[in-house]
Ligand binder design. Structure first.
Ligand code: FES
Ligand code: FE
Length: 326
């Protein structure tokens, strides 16, 4: 399964400190913990001795993960180093927990279950010092990751789902826009939307120009720039990355990474705006049937306004994605 060799976000970096944390990715239960050097480690959340959940254990002062059941201890590599019932026993190399690769990027922890050759999805705004970065989420959503990405790329729902915020029933037409494939997915440019309240700082309804980029099968970035003179902050622009952990084919954990030209507002205010928007999307996302995204373009109806989502479905098919699709 190609998805196993992709990096998936599993937690905010700050969430994993002293205690082990249980997460799930591609139906695999995983325990996250930090070793003596503070590096994040990811093991299958199942002790190789009698199958107890390692996430119910603790991290010892020496930086070993200790199982809650019989106290076996595991080093950062996964190697078992201590069996309390047999203190003199030196566990052989086969006595080990199943370790996965883990890393930190964009303020999140990432795990991959099998070796791969692509890095975690990029977020260009991350290195832009003129933009402040913060997170919103996580949200646990009863929808497949591809349905959530497709919703993020979709502008023709603005006037209905986000009426009075990102759209209006009086301005629902979608002008033509461009979609082109990229090595990581696709890019859609020249997307325009008329928005009554396009951001926290909008002072007037505005024409807003969007660029969308699919940066991995389950990750996307949008950049939006409102016409000048329609925001309280001069030169306002923002970039939003959507990072999704496919927990099961139809359950996902979602984070937004916001990059905004605003260093004044408290985090809570910026998060509240994004929260309002996403909680408008969530019930619709959870209502969509089938929950898995159909990759056969004949399975649902498409118009020219949907060409970004059609391109996304083609990309998933080409990429060999099978998790969360049908
Ligand atoms: Fe983990 Fe026995 S089940 S030590
Ligand atoms: Fe939406």
């Amino acid at each position: 399964m190609v998805e196993r060799s992709l990096w998936h976000p599993v937690a905010l970096a700050g969430e994993v400190a002293q205690a082990p944390v249980a997460v799930q990715v591609l139906e695999q239960p995983v325990v996250l913990w930090r070793d003596a050097e503070g590096a994040v480690r990811a093991f299958a959340d199942q002790c190789p001795h009698r199958g107890a959940r390692l996430s119910l254990g603790r991290v010892t002062a020496a930086g070993r993960l200790e199982c809650p059941y019989h106290g076996w201890q595991f080093a950062a590599s996964g190697q078992c180093t201590h069996v309390p019932a047999l203190p003199a026993f030196v566990p052989p190399s086969g006595h080990c927990a199943r370790a996965f690769e883990a890393c930190e990027a964009n303020g999140l922890l990432w795990v991959r279950l099998a070796p791969g050759d692509t890095p975690p999805p990029a977020f260009a705004a991350e290195d832009d010092a003129r933009l402040r970065k913060l997170h919103c989420g996580p949200y646990d959503v009863a929808a497949s990751a591809p349905r959530i990405i497709e919703n993020f790329l979709d502008m023709s729902h603005f006037g209905f789902v986000h009426e009075g915020w990102l759209g209006s029933r009086d301005a629902t037409a979608i002008d033509d826009y461009r979609v082109e494939p990229t090595p990581t997915g696709l890019r859609a440019t020249g997307c325009k939307a008329w928005q009554p309240q396009s951001s926290l700082h909008a002072t007037a309804p505005a024409q807003v120009e969007y660029t969308y980029e699919v940066t991995a099968p389950y990750a996307a970035v949008l950049t939006k720039v409102p016409e000048t003179g329609t925001t309280a902050v001069d030169g306002w622009r923002e970039s939003i990355a959507l990072f999704i952990c496919p927990m099961t084919p139809v359950h996902s954990r979602v984070w937004f990474r916001l990059a905004v030209a605003d260093f004044e507002s408290p985090d809570e205010k910026l998060q509240a705006f994004q929260h309002t928007i996403f909680t408008q999307d969530q019930p619709v996302l959870e209502s969509q049937m089938p929950q898995r995204l159909p990759l056969d373009l004949r399975a649902e109806l498409h118009t020219a306004a949907d060409k970004a989502s059609s391109a996304y479905r083609r990309f998933l098919r080409q990429r060999g994605i099978t998790f969360g699709v049908c």
